[in-house]
Write a protein that binds this ligand. Sequence first.
Ligand code: SF4
Length: 364
Amino acid sequence: MVQQQPVHAAPTSEAELVLRIRDLHTYFYTVVGVAKALNGVNLDIPYGKVLGIVGESGCGKSVTALSAMRLVLPPGRIVKGEILLNRIRREGDTYTVLDEVNITDLDPRGHEIRSIRGREIAMIFQEPMTSLNPSYTVGNQIVEAILLHQDVSKEEARDRAINILRRVELPNAEAVVDRYPHELSGGMRQRAMIAMALSCTPSLLIADEPTTALDVTTEAEILDLMRELQAQMGMTIVFITHNLGVVAQMCDQVAVMYLGRVVESAPVDDIFYDPQHPYTQALLRSIPRIGSRTKKRLEPIRGVVPDPYADIRGCPFHDRCSACMPGICDVRVPAMSVLPGKVGHEVRCFLHSDAYEGDDGHVA
Ligand code: SF4
C-alpha cells in the first residue's frame, strides 16, 4: 500500500502514525520471580510531532523504548503485543508510506531489525560515554553508521559526518571528527551522540533522558538544539524524561506512565492545565512552579511505586491515590477511555469511566 501524506499534518489515520504500540507486554524472568515491566502499553506516535513519555523511575519508559528497538536483553523478553512501524520515503514536504512492519515479529539479531535501527529508528541515550565506543574516534563511529545504511564512498561518508557535526553546532567539526569521546566535554559528547543518531535521517528519534547527565546550562543548549533540528527536519521524536519542565518545553503530546501502563495521554497543554488522572495531578503538585503566588509546600506523592514482582489487584495506583474508592478501585482494573468533549485526551481511571479490563481484577 502506498499513501502520500503531508509531513506536518495532524494525525487522523494509521498512515499518519510512524509507530503504533499495541498491548505491549515485556517481562523479565529472574530468579526471584517475573518482573512485569510493561503491562499492556498502547501508544500512537504521529509523524513530525514530539511525544513525551513521563513517569517515575521504574514505570517502564525506557523498557518501552528498548522494546521498540528490540534491544531488551535476556532475562527480559516481549511476551505479547505489537509494535507496528510504517516505513516511509520522504520527498521534500511529503512522505510516502511504503509498507508496515511488525517489529515484534523480527529476530532481534536479524538483518531486518539491524536495517531498521539507525536508519528508521535511532536512539539517544542518557549517558553518551556508555553509548559511544571509547576506542574509536567520533568520526569513525558516525562514518560506520552512514556506511552501514547508505550507498556512499568512505570519503563521502566522512564529509557527511563533518556536515552533521556542524549541524549539531559542534565548533571546529573538522577537528572534532578525529577526536576520541574522552577528549570531548559532556555537552560535546551528547551533541556527537545526536549527530550519530541523525546521520541516517531516521523517521523516528527516541531520546531517553538525553540531558539528565548534563549541567543545567548545557541541558538548555541541547534542548534548544533538539527543538531547532526537529523544526528544521520535521522529525518525529519520542522524548523520555521524568522532568516535567522538559516536557513543557519540548513536547506536543504527552503519555504519563505508571507501573508499565499509560494512565493518561493528552496534548501537552491539557496535561499541564487540565490533568485528569490523580497520578498526573500528584506529579504536577510535586514540582515547583516559577511565578506561583501561593507559598504552598510541595506535596510528595505518598507511598512508593509497587513492587513489579507483585500480583496487583485493582487499579495499580489505588494504595497511593487520595481519591481511591474502596470496593471499586481495589477490585477492578480501569480501562483507558476517551474524555468526552476532549480531542486526544484519554485517561485510565474510574473517576471518569466505569470501563474496566479483564474479569479477575488483576493487571494482565
Ligand atoms: Fe485513583 Fe481509583 Fe482512579 Fe485508580 S481508578 S487513579 S485508585 S480514583
